[in-house]
Design a protein around this ligand. Sequence first.
Ligand SMILES: NC(=O)c1ccc[n+]([C@@H]2O[C@H](COP(=O)([O-])OP(=O)(O)OC[C@H]3O[C@@H](n4cnc5c(N)ncnc54)[C@H](O)[C@@H]3O)[C@@H](O)[C@H]2O)c1
Length: 262
Amino acid sequence: MSDTQNTPETATNHHGRLERKVAVITGSASGIGAETAKVFREQGATVVGFDLTADQPEVDLAIQGDVTSSADVAAAYAQVRETYGTVDVLFNNAGISPPDDDSILETEEDAWQRVQDVNLKSVYLCCKHGIPHLLETGGGSIINTASFVALMGAATSQIAYTASKGGVLSMSRELGVQFARQGVRVNALCPGPVDTPLLRELYANDAEAANRRLVHVPMGRFAQARELANAVLFLASDESSFITASTFMVDGGLTAAYVTPI
Ligand SMILES: NC(=O)c1ccc[n+]([C@@H]2O[C@H](COP(=O)([O-])OP(=O)(O)OC[C@H]3O[C@@H](n4cnc5c(N)ncnc54)[C@H](O)[C@@H]3O)[C@@H](O)[C@H]2O)c1
């Protein structure tokens, strides 16, 4: 391992849990990505954001690009390598949940394709173009954002979203296995419902739907973005050095519950 990697013992001795690490976060302008950028920087990382907008207040270097574009993604990593010499952490987090993705009976092919491209093809591209840099610069940690819907079925469906997140989960697992002996860890973050613009948009006109979902969360509330960011921090840092190919639930107990307390 290069000197950008700490052993598990030394990692916790550092004031910054991500000191000397360079992290690239997609979807860094909003929600979970923006909060994670903030937490990563507090812990000493250099953070490169990649989003459709250049307005990314929490990052050291903001790259404007589209995660569905192979050229944009490859150029972003090349720029990071050129600027900082290393790439240590990838948080592949950009995703969409558009209103025209609904029941399979209503969801048309354009919505299906758009969701697969932004949520799933993006993770393929970020890993395909990112992993070579990690391999060349001493290994690292990749966190791909899936969702609890990769594990559970909902009667009120967003079929393209669910299918895309299932893909992210199984792809992450296989990449974790493939690269385990080469110092590259890959984990799938599976959030339960998080209070972000994405979720607010979904429930803006439907308080009843929000309440229906809360009934299934043992903790009886949505997560704060910070609670996801803290989990991503753990997976990104050397404290999680024996964790790879995992289905990392951060869901307030949602996927474990049959009946919840009231
Ligand atoms: N909010 C939740 O309840 C929840 C639950 C489970 C999983 N997730 C997942 O977490 C991730 C982040 O969600 P969030 O709630 O923070 O969403 P958000 O809408 O707040 O932020 C998503 C960001 O991704 C960016 N983005 C969208 N398309 C892009 C593209 N083509 N190229 C580059 N950037 C693009 C957006 O500009 C935005 O800044 C997503 O993958 C989402 O599916 C969210």
